[in-house]
Design a protein around this ligand. Structure first.
Ligand code: SF4
Ligand code: SF4
Length: 112
């Protein structure tokens, strides 16, 4: 089991989650973060910290797509352990549906 970052992180990317992770297993893309499923110790600490409610346990049904996105992107995106400024328009995109289809980018972020 692991926790995964899902759709609503895209273009919100508040980064509150990275500060609390005891094993630093968040990785940064251009407009979202992912969790490395092999490094996550399933502690659940990050889940309530996410203002966008984008972090879910993969024990929840229907998250197969997101488990794959997290596993795939964590291999190529840089590690991030410190919170930075979120995008200036993050609030406008919070709760928008279908963000993966419209805005997902496989480009890496800057990392720490
Ligand atoms: S706190 Fe939530 S929205 Fe922000 S980067 Fe982490 S998972 Fe994404
Ligand atoms: S569940 Fe724990 S180990 Fe996994 S990403 Fe969240 S804070 Fe890190």
């Amino acid at each position: 089991m692991t926790y995964v970052v899902t759709d609503n992180c895209i273009k919100c990317k508040y980064m509150d989650c990275v500060e609390v992770c005891p094993v630093d297993c968040f990785y940064e893309g251009e407009n979202m973060l992912v969790i490395h499923p092999d490094e996550c110790i399933d502690c659940g600490v990050c889940e309530p910290e996410c203002p966008a409610e984008a972090i879910k346990s993969d024990a929840e049904p229907g998250l197969e797509q997101w488990l794959k996105v997290n596993a795939d992107m964590a291999k190529s995106w840089p590690n991030i352990t410190q919170k930075k400024d979120p995008p200036s328009d993050a609030k406008e995109f919070d709760g928008v549906s279908g963000k993966y289809e419209k805005f997902f980018s496989s480009n890496p972020g800057e990392g720490d």
